[in-house]
Ligand binder design. Structure first.
Ligand code: ATP
Ligand code: MG
Length: 451
């Protein structure tokens, strides 16, 4: 992409209402625009990252055996009357009437609708286990939308729903999602720690939240340092092996890890003082096991091997890709701007032309741009006539993993400069060596974080 042809409406200063780094940086880098309180348009740079986050989430859902569907944003109130949640959900639910004065709502979550789909088609244990997910916008009329897309009113959620014939297989389904979440956040280049959680209005008896540690997080977390050091299973993990998957979950849930909502001082005081991590965290994922809470009242039953009909056992599993984008920035930035994880950076490299209009520099940049594209790299070429200082500041602000800096002085010796955004390290290399360096990096990223 050439910057002169892109739409990157950067701001010199963040609007005063932006209180935390991710919100300030997303506005300054032209990633999102607020349209109403807690409601945002996603501009090209922001959308680029969110789509990459979604894709990682999707690949890891699919790997764990979940199947993608797409349910609508608008739901009928009648479904929610069946579960009893229409009245319980309160003012967070945006209620709407259509022209026939039918009660509708903008979905805050989809347990009822997926249960309706299930009961319409699935009658026998032979069709189980089943896990269906979608990635769709939700609306919750939050009392205090704040911190930009971190706590929006309209936000994107991946929500999966598992269906099983009995408690034991339903727990196995829950564990598969648990492991899939470990892999998802690992591929997103962040550490997200699973913690025992409260089930809230979703209900149920087993629940974990996944939290990214960051000073601006809204939850206080208490966890044993051991949990932070555990290895994440690689892509070869066998989701067909229930015992293996349960063993991984055991390892990850053995040590104390809870948020303020579930904190227990007595258990906490048993953790050796040197191992106590007391920090703040951002909830990016939340999984629930709730058995027959929805299937029972909604009549979603299946016939078991013994010919008996029983309500199906369910769980639900959420990740908020829009919040994740902000959380990645909270976890990765410095005074100059964003530092994207390699796996979801909007572009791989910023190609900076220091003397647009100089024939040799323009030609070298054009050649580098083409070579990078041919090698499967995704460059953003700053071909504008802005001053060098402005170009460097912009490149640092938008936080691409690499910058390739090309000017007449270096070119006189056949050289360009390459800078790694995360460390600030710079190196002078031949054009060929620079491209090779980037290609090798790309391969490593694929190997470590790819699908
Ligand atoms: P919170 O405690 O932060 O209000 P929640 O517990 O109500 O969230 P869940 O119902 O567990 O949220 O939703 C699943 C996921 O959806 C969350 O883990 C988060 O990633 C995302 N999410 C929930 N609410 C919001 C929101 N207002 N803005 C952005 N993302 C959200
Ligand atoms: Mg939650």
């Amino acid at each position: 992409m050439k910057l002169s042809q892109y739409f990157l409406p950067v701001l010199k200063e963040a609007p005063r209402e932006a209180e935390i780094a991710s919100h300030q940086l997303m506005l300054r880098a032209g990633m999102v625009r607020q349209q109403s309180a807690g409601i945002y348009s996603w501009l090209p740079l922001g959308l680029n990252v969110m789509r990459k986050v979604e894709q990682v989430v999707r690949e890891e859902q699919n790997r764990a055996g979940a199947i993608e569907v797409l349910m609508p944003t608008i739901q009928s109130a009648d479904l929610w009357r069946e579960s009893g949640r229409y009245d319980d959900y309160g003012r967070e639910m945006l209620r709407i009437q259509d022209r026939h004065e039918r009660d509708m709502l903008f979905g805050p979550t989809n347990e009822e609708m997926i249960t309706d789909i299930f009961r319409a088609y699935v009658k026998s244990y032979k069709n189980l286990p089943l896990n269906l997910y979608h990635i769709q916008w939700k609306f919750r009329d939050e009392v205090r939308p704040r911190f930009g897309v971190m706590r929006g009113r309209e936000f994107l959620m991946k929500d999966a729903y598992s269906f099983d014939i009995d408690e034991a297989s339903s727990r196995a389904a829950y564990y598969r999602m648990f492991v899939s979440y470990l892999r998802t956040f690992d591929r997103l280049g962040v550490k997200a720690v699973p913690m025992r959680a409260d089930t809230g209005p979703i209900g149920g008896d087993l629940s974990h939240e996944f939290l990214i540690l960051a000073d601006t997080g809204e939850s206080e977390v208490f966890c044993h340092a051991d949990t932070m050091k555990l290895p994440v299973p690689d892509r070869t993990v066998d989701y067909g092996d229930d015992a293996l998957i349960a063993g991984i979950v055991d390892d990850w849930t053995r040590a104390y890890a809870r948020t303020d909502e579930m904190h227990d001082e007595a258990l906490w005081s048993a953790v050796p003082e040197g191992d106590r991590v007391n920090a703040r965290g951002i909830e990016v994922g939340h999984i629930f096991h709730f058995g027959t809470k929805y299937s029972q009242p909604m009549g979603a039953t299946v016939t078991g091997p013994d010919g008996k009909e029983t309500p199906v056992f369910m769980g639900s599993y959420g990740i908020g890709p829009s919040r994740v984008v902000a959380a990645l920035i909270e976890a990765g930035h410095d005074d100059d701007g964003i530092i994207w994880p390699d796996s979801v950076a909007p572009f791989d490299v910023g190609l900076i032309n220091l003397r647009v209009g100089d024939q040799a520099t323009d030609a070298a940049c054009a050649a580098l741009y083409e070579q990078m594209a041919n090698a499967g790299l995704d460059p953003l070429y700053d071909d504008t006539d802005n001053r060098a200082g402005g170009k460097f500041a912009l490149a640092d602000l938008i936080g691409l993993p690499w910058q390739l800096i090309v000017g007449p002085r270096g070119l006189a010796n056949g050289e360009v400069e390459i800078k790694k955004r995360a460390s600030g390290e710079r190196e002078t290399l031949s054009m060929e060596a620079a491209i090779n360096r980037l290609v090798a990096w790309r391969e490593q990223v694929k190997e470590r974080f790819g699908g």
